[in-house]
Design a protein around this ligand. Structure first.
Ligand SMILES: *Cc1c(COP(=O)(O)O)cnc(C)c1O
Length: 261
């Protein structure tokens, strides 16, 4: 990608100052990939007999600089997904001048980081334990009292689609009990579910299971309408199975420097 930018900006004596031309090249690149991605999501919606308005795109900007977020903001995006607490907190501080941004925390969250994230996140996507929910509720209450935020924290419960505890997520009766707890928490708002299919799974089968779990949750929590499923590689399958929010990094931003988070 760095090579592409260098090639696109040229390096002759008439080229604009390096910083400016790099930003312009990156803006051109992100604008084109956003257009292509939006067309891809629209096509997936049409193929699934759904309207594009039913599926929201959450750009995932982890590992990419604040300058990329400013470019996407200029292209009309107002919601950004981040997955690493320290990196995200830094970008939030750097980008305070952008109004009406919604930061959405999509990664694994340690309990001791909950109070930091509760200061700036609109939504946390990865709640999978009663202790994490309790910590987020307390952190959000403190942030509300301090005037650092003005609305409850939206919470998505992370569903496990396999039995691997390493990958996070809950299922079955544990999931329903956690939903009850979040719904009853003063500073949290139960918004829905999120899942990441196991690496080797058939995405259609995994998302079909997720869709069934969501349907059963809606019976007791009709307010939990959000179903966040689908990433760069599998968003079509997710949209076939009721996703209301695709979280896309690579297909929009390009390859991340490292891929393990
Ligand atoms: C990084 C990440 C994504 C985006 O993945 P891509 O395959 O790059 O689109 C989506 N969801 C979560 C939870 C992530 O951590």
């Amino acid at each position: 990608m760095t090579e592409n930018i260098a090639a696109a900006t040229g390096s002759g004596p008439t080229a604009a100052p390096a910083d400016e031309s790099l930003v312009t090249a990156r803006a051109t690149e992100l604008s084109a990939s956003l257009t292509a991605l939006t067309a891809r999501i629209d096509a997936a919606c049409r193929a699934a007999g759904r309207t594009s308005a039913e599926v929201r795109l959450l750009p995932v900007t982890k590992f990419f600089p604040a300058s990329d977020i400013e470019i996407l903001y200029g292209l009309g995006r107002r919601e950004f997904g981040e997955s690493r607490e320290q990196e995200a907190s830094g970008k939030v501080a750097q980008l305070r001048h952008l109004s009406q941004v919604r930061w959405e925390f999509i990664g694994r969250l340690q309990r001791n980081k909950a109070k930091h994230v509760a200061r700036w996140a609109d939504t946390v996507y990865s709640v999978d334990s009663d202790r994490l929910a309790t910590a987020l509720d307390a952190g959000t209450e403190a942030a509300l009292e301090a005037g650092e935020r003005h609305s409850p924290l939206r919470v998505l419960l992370q569903v496990s689609l396999d039995d691997d505890p390493e990958r996070g997520g809950v299922r079955g009766a544990t999931l329903l009990a956690l939903a009850d707890q979040v719904a009853a928490s003063a500073s949290l708002q139960l918004a829905g579910l999120m899942a990441i299919p196991p690496v080797d799974a058939d995405p259609d089968a995994a998302f079909a299971e997720l869709e069934r779990v969501h349907a059963s949750l809606l019976r007791t929590h009709p307010e939990a309408t959000e179903l966040s499923a689908g990433m760069s590689g599998d968003l079509e399958a997710a949209i076939r199975h009721g996703s209301t929010c695709v979280r896309v990094g690579t297909a929009l931003m390009g390859a991340r420097p490292i891929t393990s988070a």
